[in-house]
Design a binder for this molecule. Structure first.
Ligand code: DQQ
Length: 566
C-alpha cells in the first residue's frame, strides 16, 4: 500500500466512522495487502475466516447432526464487496470447518451479489435457502437454492432454481427495488401454506412484507405487511420466531399457540442496531401484535454495543433457539486493510423469554465452556471504594470471567433527577467518576500503569423511589490509537439490587469484549485494539471506584483455549 492510499483510507474512515455497517469502497474491494504476521487482534474463539471481510450470518441450520453457518463474505478483500455465501460446519457451534462458498453469483437474478437470507427445513427434513440476489439492474430480488445431494451431511453444493427470481419488485407491487431484501426462515400456517418475511420500507415506514406460498416456489404477496412502523426506515434482516412463555427451551419457527409469544427482530439500517418487539402472532389476520405497554416503537435491543444483522434458528438437537450475530470492527478501514481482515461473529447465544415476559435473555451456548481451562476462583470478599483486585492465573487476552456483586447500603445510591439515555449516562460517568454506589466491575485489557484499559461496570442510581442499575462498557481508554471508534456503550439492566446479585460475565478475546449483565438480561459487545495491553502484557482486574464498599460474592475466571476455526 502506498502512503497516499493509507492517507485516503484514513480520510474515508474519518468521514464514515466505523459503525456496524458496510460502506462502499469501490477501489478497495479487491485490494489485498501483505498481511502482517503480527496479529494481536485476531480472535481465538470467536468465529472469523483466515482473511478478508465478513458480515451477516446467513441461513443457520442443523442438518445431519451438523450445524451449518453461511455468512456474507468478500473473497477478495478486507472491505465489503463481491459478496458470496461462505460456508462452515460445526458439531458444537465452537469449532468450525470451512467448506467452499455455497452460493455465489451465477444467474442473472444474483449476478451482482448474493446477499442475506435464511434456511427453512421443508417436510421430510429438506433444507431450502431463500436469499436476496442483486440482478443486472441492481434490483433486489428473492431467490431459492436447494442442496444438490441430501445424503451429503456437509451440504456442499447448492442448486438454484431456474425459476429465480421468485419475488421481485414490479410496477404493480410498487416495491422499492433498493429496499427489498433479507428473507426470513419461513413458517407454516394452519392452512398448510408457507409464510416468509422480506425487509422493506415505504418512504420512512420500515416494514416486513409477507409472502405466502403453497409449494415454496410460487409466492404471493399478502395484502398487508406482517408489521410496519412509521419513521423506522429500512428493516434489514428481519427475524420472526416464537418463544415459550416459560422456560428456556426453544421451539420450531412454525409453532403458535397461547403458550408462546412471538418476537419480531429487525436490523434498523438507520440506527445500525438490532431491535426487537415481543408480542403475539395473530394467525387469522397474519399480523404481529406487539404486547401492550411494551413497545409501539423499537426500544429493546439484543445488544447495546456493536452487534448487527443477527439471525436465530431452532436447534432441534438441544431443543433451543440459538442467536448468531455480526460484530463489525471499530478500527479504521486503513487498519483493516493492513491486518487483512474485518468482522467477526459473536459467540452463539441461547435465547429465551425472561419470566417477566418483558424481555429476552441471552446466554453463550453451553458448549463454549469446553474451552475453559485453568479455573481461578476467589473466595467472597469485600472490595473497598478505590480498590483494584488483580485476577491472576488466567490468560488475560483470552478469558471468560464471571463476577457477582452484592450491595448492602442502597441508601448511598446517587439520585438521578431525570431519566437520561443510558449510553449518554455511561459516557458522562465513566469508570473514573465516583458515585455512592459504583462504578464497580471489571477492567480488561489493562496495561501496566493503566494507560490503556476497557472497563465494564455497574452503577446504581435512585430514580423516583426506585433503584436503577446501569451497565456500561467504556472503551474511551481502550487504546492509545485514537483512529479507533472509542464510543462508550450502556444500558439499564432490569435487576433488583436489593434482592438480587449483580452478575457480569465477560468473554475476552484479543479484540472483543462480550459482556452479559444480570444473567443475560443485558448484553454489550465492544471491539478494542490495545497497543500496550496485548499478549502477555494485558491484565484483568476487579475494581470498585465508588465511595461505598461492595461485596464480591463470586469471582470465577478461566483462560480460554483456542477453538479450531479454519
Ligand atoms: N447486509 C447484506 C444485506 C443486508 C445487510 C449485504 C445487513 O442483505 O441488508 O451484505 O448488514
Amino acid at each position: 500500500m502506498t502512503i497516499s492510499t493509507i492517507f485516503l483510507l484514513t480520510l474515508f474512515s474519518v468521514i464514515y466512522g466505523s459503525g456496524a455497517t458496510h460502506h462502499l469502497f469501490i477501489n478497495l474491494q479487491t485490494l489485498s495487502s501483505d498481511y502482517s504476521s503480527n496479529q494481536p487482534y485476531r480472535t481465538a474463539y470467536h468465529f472469523q475466516p483466515p482473511k478478508n471481510w465478513i458480515n451477516d450470518p446467513n441461513g443457520p441450520l442443523r442438518y445431519g447432526g451438523l450445524y451449518h453457518l453461511f455468512y456474507q463474505y468478500n473473497p477478495k478483500g478486507a472491505v465489503w464487496g463481491n459478496i458470496v455465501w461462505a460456508h462452515s460446519v460445526s458439531k458444537d457451534l465452537v469449532n468450525w470447518a470451512p467448506l467452499d462458498p455455497a452460493i455465489f453469483p451465477s444467474q442473472p437474478s444474483d449476478i451482482n451479489g448474493c446477499w442475506s437470507g435464511s434456511a427453512t427445513l421443508l417436510h421430510g427434513n429438506k433444507p431450502v435457502i431463500l436469499y436476496t440476489g442483486i440482478d443486472p439492474m441492481n434490483h433486489q430480488v428473492q431467490n431459492l437454492a436447494q442442496p444438490k445431494n441430501l445424503s451429503d451431511p456437509f451440504l456442499r453444493e447448492w442448486v438454484k432454481t431456474p425459476k429465480n427470481p421468485l419475488m421481485a419488485p414490479t410496477s404493480a407491487n410498487k416495491i422499492n427495488s433498493s429496499s427489498f431484501r433479507d428473507p426470513t426462515t419461513a413458517w407454516l400456517g394452519k392452512d398448510g401454506h408457507w409464510r416468509v418475511l422480506v425487509g422493506s420500507k415505504r418512504r420512512t415506514r420500515g416494514m416486513a412484507l409477507l409472502y405466502i406460498s403453497k409449494d415454496f416456489f410460487n409466492w404471493v404477496q399478502a395484502k398487508h405487511p406482517l408489521h410496519s412502523t412509521l419513521g423506522s426506515g429500512m428493516w434489514e434482516c428481519p427475524d420472526f420466531f416464537p418463544v415459550l412463555n416459560s422456560g428456556q427451551l426453544g421451539v420450531d419457527t412454525s409453532v403458535n399457540g397461547d403458550y408462546v409469544s412471538h418476537v419480531l427482530k429487525v436490523s434498523l439500517d438507520d440506527k445500525k442496531h438490532d431491535y426487537y418487539m415481543i408480542g403475539s402472532y395473530n394467525a387469522a389476520k397474519d399480523v404481529f401484535v406487539p404486547d401492550e405497554g411494551l413497545n409501539s416503537e423499537f426500544v429493546l435491543r439484543y445488544d447495546y454495543g456493536k452487534y448487527y444483522a443477527s439471525k436465530t434458528f431452532f436447534d432441534d438437537g438441544k431443543k433451543r433457539r440459538v442467536l448468531l450475530g455480526w460484530v463489525n470492527e471499530s478500527s479504521s478501514v486503513a487498519d483493516d486493510i493492513k491486518k487483512g481482515w474485518s468482522g467477526i461473529h459473536a459467540i452463539p447465544r441461547a435465547i429465551w423469554l425472561h419470566k417477566s415476559g418483558k424481555q429476552l435473555v441471552q446466554w453463550p451456548v453451553v458448549e463454549i465452556e469446553k474451552l475453559r481451562a485453568n479455573p481461578v476462583n476467589l473466595a467472597p470478599k469485600l472490595i473497598k471504594g478505590g480498590q483494584l483486585v488483580q485476577i491472576n492465573g488466567v490468560t488475560a487476552t483470552q478469558a471468560d470471567v464471571e463476577i457477582s456483586f452484592q450491595v448492602s447500603k442502597l441508601g448511598k445510591a446517587e439520585v438521578l433527577g431525570y431519566l437520561t439515555d443510558p449510553q449518554i449516562l455511561c459516557s458522562k460517568k465513566g469508570s473514573a467518576v465516583k458515585s455512592g454506589l459504583g462504578p464497580f466491575g471489571l477492567l480488561v485489557f489493562a496495561s501496566e500503569g493503566l494507560q490503556e484499559y476497557t472497563s465494564v461496570f455497574f452503577r446504581i442510581f435512585r430514580y423516583q423511589h426506585k433503584n436503577l442499575v446501569l451497565l456500561c462498557s467504556d472503551q474511551s481508554r481502550s487504546s492509545l490509537n485514537k483512529n479507533n471508534d472509542l464510543t462508550t456503550y450502556g444500558t439499564f439492566v432490569d435487576v433488583d439490587p436489593l434482592h438480587e446479585k449483580l452478575s457480569l460475565r465477560t468473554l475476552i478475546d484479543h479484540s472483543v469484549v462480550e459482556s452479559f449483565g444480570g444473567e443475560g438480561r443485558a448484553c454489550i459487545t465492544a471491539r478494542v485494539y490495545p497497543t500496550l495491553a496485548i499478549n502477555d502484557k494485558a491484565k484483568i482486574y476487579a475494581f470498585n471506584n465508588g465511595t461505598s464498599d461492595v461485596n464480591i460474592s463470586r469471582l470465577s475466571a478461566w483462560s480460554m483455549k483456542k477453538a479450531h476455526i479454519h
